[in-house]
Design a binder for this molecule. Structure first.
Ligand SMILES: Cc1ncc(COP(=O)(O)O)c(C=O)c1O
Ligand SMILES: N[C@@H](CCOP(=O)(O)O)C(=O)O
Length: 461
């Protein structure tokens, strides 16, 4: 399996190099040259299998010769061993045709653990083999950072620097990033929003001298491995609802578009997905684009679903690549226009996007009310991101089973959940002392040079 850039001008890479490279050198994102498909019989055979077995079947064709079959099975087993639920991603029924896919049973209580735990294993195996070390730099609105620090803390061949927007993540998210004591992980509070943090990370990748000197790697959904691992739970959940014999729809709380794009990959692999619905908070660039065809940058508004406070949605570039029939030049030209404020998607491409994705936007009041309603009517305590998804899903319920992705545990967003319900959801016992642990934070201006200096000073040479 070979990987190509969405902008068409970067070297073609193997799975291993794609995983370790991060952003393509032309500024694009790597995607597989072709998307392998699974037959209805292969999908039907997943019924009753463990999460790990399905993960192997779904991901194996993408990995090529980076790992042997046995090695890859071992890495998957190690990645999910620490999850707090035997099903890894259990489905809970809310109403006759509405289900919640609980993706928060991993070590940091958000869906990011599904990919990050596996990437941690794959990086470790690949770096042990080559003897190389890398510097991971990531941007987070809260969950990617905590999952990355958890997955890589203490690993000898990796230094990790996570940029998060100062004052704009929840207290639990911040403490998950700032309290680990291992010296190879560093949380940097940036004076700015998530888009600023993500732009800084991309600027570091585009500074080739810096990138090569520190051996930069990325674990945001820039990294194809992140998207790939998230494809698996679309299969496990759809199969348990009757796929491939019955179509299933998904509503996905969306920010950087990685999770819902993983659903698109599942669909292209042969999973019968009827609708993929993008649910946004008031940072609604994706909803606006699908409605109007114009992708115009706006400033980020803080909300009670802070992990989705994103206006420059990185993986939308991958969606555009497929909407433009894999035309890298068309994508490169739209991305150049984005640096000047925005672009209009061509009629053909917006039609293709609308064939795949529907969308909805949810206000702050609706998010809060939805948390209250789902508790009262279904006995389920939702995190605010999941509430955004559940609200939009409620507008699309029909005869096809609908799965709403429950992307985080309500205890990660205590203040919003408590305000909506009066309930104070407890953290799991293993992190009950999180509020007592000492924090270690570096504060920085939104300044590329200053952050590069912090990284140069702290990496292990
Ligand atoms: C809890 C939570 N829900 C939803 C999202 C949105 O996911 P994506 O960025 O893949 O669209 C995020 C962050 O990305 C998140 O942390
Ligand atoms: N919501 C994310 C934002 C980064 O998204 P990613 O999927 O590209 O890592 C977060 O929690 O950090």
């Amino acid at each position: 399996m070979r990987y190509i850039s969405t902008r068409g001008q970067a070297p073609v890479l193997s799975f291993e190099d794609t995983m370790l490279t991060g952003l393509a050198r032309d500024g694009g994102l790597y995607v597989p040259e072709s998307i392998p498909t699974l037959s209805p019989d292969q999908i039907a055979a997943m019924a009753g299998q463990s999460y790990e077995e399905v993960a192997y079947t779904v991901m194996r064709p993408f990995v090529g010769d980076t790992f042997t079959d046995a090695q890859f099975r071992d890495l998957i087993a190690a990645a999910y061993a620490g999850f707090g639920h035997a099903a890894r991603a259990p489905l809970v029924q809310l109403a006759p045709n509405h289900f919640l896919l609980e993706l928060f049973h991993g070590p940091t209580l958000a869906f990011k653990d599904f990919a990050m735990q596996l990437i941690g294993q794959m990086f470790q195996a690949a770096l042990a083999r080559s003897g190389n070390r890398v510097t991971i730099v990531g941007a987070t609105s809260g969950d990617t950072g905590s999952a990355a620090i958890e997955a890589f803390r203490g690993l000898a061949a990796v230094d990790v620097f996570i940029l998060y927007p100062h004052g704009r993540v929840s207290e639990v998210q911040r403490r998950q990033m700032t309290t680990p004591t291992e010296s190879n992980v560093h949380a940097i509070a940036v004076d700015g929003d998530f888009d600023d943090c993500q732009a800084l990370v991309k600027e570091m990748f585009n500074d080739f001298a810096f990138r090569d000197a520190v051996r930069l790697a990325g674990v945001n959904s820039i990294n194809w491995g992140r998207v790939l691992a998230q494809v698996v739970y679309y299969f496990t959940s759809a199969v348990s609802l009757g796929a491939p014999h019955r179509p299933v729809s998904f509503t996905v709380p969306t920010g950087n578009f990685g999770d819902v794009f993983a659903g698109f990959i599942a669909k292209r692999m042969g999973l019968p997905i009827a609708q993929l619905i993008v649910a946004t908070n008031s940072n609604d660039i994706l909803h606006r684009t699908l409605e109007t065809g114009a992708y115009i940058k706006d400033s980020v508004t803080p909300t009670i679903s802070p992990s989705m406070d994103i206006q420059v949605s990185s993986n939308f570039e991958r969606a555009l690549f497929y909407a433009y029939g894999q035309d890298g030049a068309a994508v490169a030209s739209q991305m150049a226009d984005l640096t000047r404020g925005g672009f209009t998607v061509s009629q053909g491409a917006i039609d293709a996007l609308r064939d795949t994705y529907a969308s909805g936007r949810v206000s702050e009041q609706e998010t809060s009310d939805t948390i209250g309603t789902y508790l009262a009517q279904h006995g389920e305590l939702l995190c605010p991101h999941t509430a955004v998804g559940a609200h939009v899903a409620g507008q699309h319920l029909g005869t096809v089973p609908m799965v709403t992705l429950a992307t985080a545990h309500p205890a990660k967003f205590l203040a919003a959940v408590e305000r909506a319900t009066g309930i104070h959801p407890p953290l799991p016992p293993r992190m009950a002392d999180l509020y007592d642990r000492t924090e270690r934070i570096t504060r920085s201006a939104r300044d590329l040079g200053a952050i590069q200096n912090i990284i140069r000073d702290r990496i292990t040479s």
